[in-house]
Design a protein around this ligand. Structure first.
Ligand SMILES: [Cu+2]
Length: 157
């Protein structure tokens, strides 16, 4: 005895495929809308004075228990994050505020942001740049790695 199964015009498989495709399209559209609606345009480029200091964290560097070849340094940048907008002109004033006679550097190795300033004990250096390239770029003191690292954040509209 042969049995016949009524064929639906829409099989479960088809419904699943259409559901997945629809949810992908709707999700992408919602994500795009959320990303574009919530953002305000950046203000026009401006000049910014940024003050950067060396600082010493309060711990005994010989007892940190981590071997970086020598002892872990307790030197640090303050601030360790500089945020500007693309196109801003920046005047960076870098102060060596050490108690002990110690040098520091401000070093960046990128095409747009390329510096290797050596700051003597109690020295202050002022230098200028234009934040043309958006992104996140580490700045380091080559004498005190890995602790003395900060990030230049250049936002794009
Ligand atoms: Cu340093």
């Amino acid at each position: 005895m042969a049995t016949t199964v009524a064929k639906n015009a829409w099989s479960t498989r088809n419904i699943l495929v259409v559901s997945v495709v629809l949810s992908l399209v709707i999700g992408a559209a919602a994500g795009f809308a959320a990303a574009s609606i919530g953002r305000e345009p950046l203000p026009p480029p401006q000049h910014r004075n940024v003050y950067l200091f060396t600082t010493v964290l309060g711990f005994n560097e010989t007892q940190a228990g981590i071997d970086f070849g020598t002892d872990i340094p307790h030197d640090y940048f303050a601030p360790d994050r500089i945020t500007v907008n693309k196109g801003d002109s920046v005047t960076l004033k870098y102060y060596n505020t050490e108690d002990a006679p110690e040098n520091h550097t401000f070093t960046m190795s990128y095409s747009t942001y390329n510096f290797n300033k050596i700051l003597q004990f109690h020295d202050v250096q002022t230098f200028n740049f234009t934040a043309d390239l958006p992104g996140v770029f580490p700045y380091i003191c080559t004498l005190h790695q890995p602790t003395m690292t900060g990030y230049l954040v250049v936002l794009e509209a």
